[in-house]
Design a protein around this ligand. Sequence first.
Ligand SMILES: O=C(O)CCC(=O)C(=O)O
Length: 360
Amino acid sequence: MNSLQSWPEPIIRVQSLSDSGLTFIPDQYVKPLADRPSLTEPPPPPAEINIPVIDLSQLFSPDRSIRSATARVISRACSEWGFFQVVNHGVSHELMKRIREVWREFFELPSEEKQAYANSPATYEGYGSRLGVEKGMKLDWSDYFFLHYLPESLRDQNKWPSLPLSCRELVAEYGNELVKLCGKLMKVFSVNLGLEEDYLGKAFGGEEVAACMRVNFYPKCPQPDLTLGLSSHSDPGGMTLLHSDDHVAGLQVRRGDDWVTVKPVPNAFIVNIGDQIQILSNATYKSVEHRVIVNSAKERLSLAFFYNPNGNILIEPASELVTEDSPALYPAMTFNKYRLFIRTKGPRGKSQVEALKSPH
Ligand SMILES: O=C(O)CCC(=O)C(=O)O
């Protein structure tokens, strides 16, 4: 049987473990020493270090020099961090609040309601509790809901929760707004890379661009120092807009040998570069490893919106960025093929995109 047809072990909902009041986490969630977060010591980077916060209000100013100044700040954040937060991004704060609330309500539903959407590794769509199908692998302390938003041919609203009643409608409205914001950022990235404004948009498939969403739910954890809510990974797709919990931090971004804990700015989106933009930009921009820590006091919810190339299109370094001195670092590959790695093995740092590098 194809290894992506079914899970190798019975699925246990992390939320039900947490709700059971256990005081020790089961062994499958205990990470090897090297992967555990160091929660008891002060974090090595000074606590005031944060990923850049960028105000997008001037990005479409009629004044060219004002537009360029914002584009330059974005360019620096992409090259130096691969991660930044955006404010004044044009998406309604009210919509952000409503969608957060509706997903919280979803995770609070009785388990039978959620079980109706239990997912399989064939598409990952639905209610899930693991990434990766390797038997005996260490698991993360989180549950999630994964859905396809674009292309339209992959969107099936019957696979989205029918409860709470406003969920489907809100997801559609929210997705629509985020697709617009992603399209704007893709233009800025293209120009910043020295490409035509629509280069990345076309490379992702134009109207056939793909987008999906994962709503992550991190229940309270009795031993947060032994596990992770989401193991270290770079996002396999193009670009991610993360709507993080405004009140509970958890996302950590790799900075050299350190992990920087992102301090979420209320109503901001956290933007990060994924592997497909690393490939298209021939590593001018790099995807950055990140992970999520959990805590014993508060549960956490985050909404990750993944803006991806259409799964059937070959993605390769832009020829404009390939020269004799900087040859193409990656072979051409479709995103459907590329994403099989994380779907099979689960989150594994940056090992996939690094392994693809052609030896020059
Ligand atoms: O929950 C977070 O803060 C990060 C989520 C994430 O990295 C993901 O869904 O890929």
